[in-house]
Design a protein around this ligand. Structure first.
Ligand code: HEC
Length: 450
């Protein structure tokens, strides 16, 4: 149900949008009631003041401490990337008409995306705006546009309805969040949805990824659906992938001169696909916790129970958010690499170099790229401010699950990919990084010593 002070046009607009969207990209219909839960207490998504790298940059722009430079073709892009410390090597290119400025996107004019741990930025050739999704520890993901017109006072505009039509649907786990897709695309860039569409995360087999995207890099015999457009209305059963694999250069597909780099780096794509859903799961765990505790509080109030009275349903709600997060965090079901991969833009080296190292010189950002994406199968986002913003109660549940798994007490199939040495290494790494984990790990040792 809608919150009483939710403007009715807001709901009407969004459900209309959802129906439009359904015909456009055949997304399962988001239940309006479900979509709106994040607009109610205690989250109040659209009505809560954000606090993230964009709000902080805006403050500096307003006070004159920082300026943005406008350039001919790409407008504010280069300057925004520099201001937010987003590496140009993170560029990926998507040519399917699947997002907001779809009329500007085609195989000859792909949309470019850039990202770091805190922010994702999209740009289209001759686009009206830069499109931005920012990690906001309290609000999950917050969306902005920046007009691509030179101005004395550039303003990042917070966007809700316009973006949530897609970014607040079941495609983004029912909360404001991210999504990456893979679709067969025709010569003009239209997605051929009759032939299927895949929502991509780290578990998606490489063979199904990157439909509608460009991909530069080496990946041996493994095939993917990137760099491919389909002639005609049907995807042929004997699809010819010979001209779309292991590409190092895309200049025969489009003119790279417009872009900051000529790459759509395979490693950047894979990190992006890990990170987007990790961010979604972290945001969802935080939302679910706050909602469940809020609900329990009002129930206790209404029923005259003690304020700390615990309802079993609260625990099960929290667990339902924790388990998928823990699985994803530890790369359960990660799509294996059947051949080593190598990127083209220098992204891999730059990404790994950003990591803080522990006393043994190890970082969760080290890449493997031989049989899996990361050397240590525990997401570096466990060190992010977004993870820290998950309410303590749920963080403890997460750490307890991690202790059980890494100690070998939980030897279920979902974690069979972690051998004893890996579990031990991850435990050591987390003890140094996460005091909450260290305490529970210590308690386990004491308990088993008894
Ligand atoms: C019609 C659906 C649709 C709308 C509306 C939409 N997006 Fe997206 N967006 C997508 C899809 C699909 C992707 C995945 C990449 C692709 O296919 O282009 C995406 C990806 C992105 C990304 C990259 C990473 C991520 O998923 O967060 C950013 C940034 C982004 N969109 C920003 C925005 C902003 C800002 C708005 C509103 C001003 C917006 N989008 C509106 C469909 C949409």
């Amino acid at each position: 149900m809608c919150h009483p002070d939710t403007p009715s046009h807001f709901i009407a607009h969004r459900s209309f949008g959802a129906i439009l969207l359904l015909s456009l990209i055949s997304t399962p219909v988001p239940l309006v009631a479900q979509v709106d839960e994040y607009e109610q207490d205690p989250i109040r998504y659209s009505r809560t003041e954000p606090d993230n790298v964009i709000t902080r940059l805006q403050t500096k722009l307003d006070s004159g401490d920082q300026r943005l430079k406008f350039e001919d073709k790409t407008g504010y892009l280069r300057s925004v990337l520099a201001a937010l410390d987003v590496p140009v090597s993170s560029q990926t290119l998507v040519f399917s008409k699947t997002s907001l400025q779809r009329h500007k996107i085609s195989p000859r004019t792909p949309r470019a995306l850039y990202f770091n741990d805190d922010i994702y930025i999209g740009i289209c050739q001759a686009g009206d705006v830069l499109e931005i999704s920012a990690v906001d520890p309290r609000l999950g993901t917050v969306f902005y546009t920046l007009d691509q017109e030179e101005s004395v006072q550039p303003k990042f505009l917070r966007q809700t309805d316009n973006c949530l039509i897609c970014h607040g649907s079941s495609m983004s786990m029912g909360i404001p969040g991210h999504m990456i897709r893979s679709v067969y695309t025709d010569l003009a860039g239209f997605p051929m949805l009759g032939s299927g569409s895949v929502r991509v995360d780290q578990t998606t087999p490489i063979e199904k990824r990157w439909g509608g995207w460009y991909v530069t890099g080496q990946h041996g015999d493994t095939t993917h659906l990137g760099n491919l457009t389909i002639r005609g209305k049907q995807v042929p059963t004997d699809l010819d992938l010979s001209a779309s694999q292991n590409l190092m250069d895309l200049s025969d597909r489009f003119d790279p001169a417009w872009y900051l780099t000529p790459h759509s780096d395979i490693v950047a794509l894979m990190v992006l696909e890990h990170q987007t859903d990790m961010h979604n799961l972290i945001a969802r765990a935080a939302f679910v916790t706050r909602q469940a505790l809020h609900y329990q509080d009002s129930l206790n109030r209404d029923l005259g129970e003690a304020a700390d009275h615990e309802w079993p349903s609260t625990g099960s709600r929290l667990e339902s958010a924790v388990e998928p997060l823990v699985k994803y965090l530890l790369f359960s079901g990660e799509a294996p690499l059947k051949a080593p991969i190598r990127g083209t833009s220098g992204f891999a080296e730059q990404f790994a170099a950003r990591g803080s190292r522990d006393s043994q010189g190890r970082s969760l950002r080290e890449l493997d790229l031989q049989t899996r994406l990361y050397k240590y199968p525990c997401s570096y986002l466990i060190e992010s401010p977004a993870f820290e913003a998950i309410p303590a109660r749920t963080q403890t549940l997460i750490y307890q699950r991690l202790v059980n798994i890494l100690s070998g007490k939980d030897d279920s199939k979902a974690f069979a990919h972690l051998d004893a040495t890996t579990r031990q290494t991850l435990a050591e790494m987390l003890i140094e990084r996460k005091p909450g984990f260290a305490t529970l790990w210590q308690a386990r040792s004491t308990a088993s010593a008894d």
